[in-house]
Design a binder for this molecule. Structure first.
Ligand code: 5RP
Length: 226
């Protein structure tokens, strides 16, 4: 089965979790796009009344195009369920969100949700985090080279994410992203706590103890991990 099909079947399975009247956190990425399309179909066909809370400009644009109602995070008092994709996830449901521009918003929405579901194709399931993907760290531009040096001194192999040779990649909040190119993240809680203590770091892409359920698209269908 092609990877896109695996993403699609994972997304369709998560749709069964959605009930009328829910406030739903809407993640970001290509797998979430399939979920949005399925959600729009249910809204149209079943008259489902839901409110979506978006995690990125990309998702807001997609939701608007699909007539999915969107409300600001600050205007809802809770979120019933959030459905999001992931860069990597291990068997303990610890993961990396690697979008960079979106992980701060995604984490805000995730921690405001009663339940978090990730939808992934099976290439995202890993033994150890950080092996296949860099870990993004959002940093404020002021003093960011000093932050880079601190990360470097810690042996974290940091590199500014660039759009091209001269232009920095900017997040929604107009911050920079420093990617940590690590062989593996053996102690994710330790690293997350250390990063959170660094002045100048806004948020990192480690999502720990957040995810409740995972739908994994595989060659043999969808695995529902709880
Ligand atoms: C965005 C993310 C994405 O959810 C993650 O990269 C997965 O993307 P895709 O579904 O396109 O493979 O973390 O910040």
């Amino acid at each position: 089965m092609q990877v896109e099909e695996k993403k699609q079947i994972a997304a369709m399975s998560a749709l069964h979790e959605i009930q009328d009247g829910m406030i739903i956190g809407l993640g970001t990425g290509t797998t979430v796009q399939y979920f949005l399309e399925g959600l729009a179909t249910r809204i149209k066909n079943e008259g489902l009344e839901i409110i979506g809370v978006s995690t990125s400009d990309r998702t807001t644009r997609a939701a608007n195009a699909l007539n999915i109602p969107i409300e600001d995070l600050d205007n809802v008092d809770h979120i019933d369920i959030t459905v999001d994709g992931a860069g990597e996830i291990d068997k303990y449901f610890q993961g990396i969100k690697d979008g960079g521009a979106a992980h701060e918003y995604e984490k805000m929405v995730a921690i405001s949700s009663n339940k978090n579901i990730w939808i992934v194709d099976d290439s995202k399931m890993v033994e150890t985090l950080g092996h296949n993907l860099p870990l993004p760290v959002e940093v404020v531009p002021y003093g960011s080279t000093k932050v880079l040096r601190r990360l470097d001194n810690e042996g974290l192999n940091p590199k500014f994410r660039m759009v091209d040779e001269t232009n920095y990649y900017f997040t929604h909040e107009h911050n920079y992203v420093i990617d940590l190119h690590l062989e593996s993240i053996d102690h994710p809680h330790y690293l997350a706590a250390w990063l959170s203590r660094q002045v100048g770091v806004l948020e990192h892409g480690l999502f720990l103890d957040i995810v409740d359920e995972v739908f994994v698209g595989t060659d043999d269908g969808v695995q529902h991990l709880i």
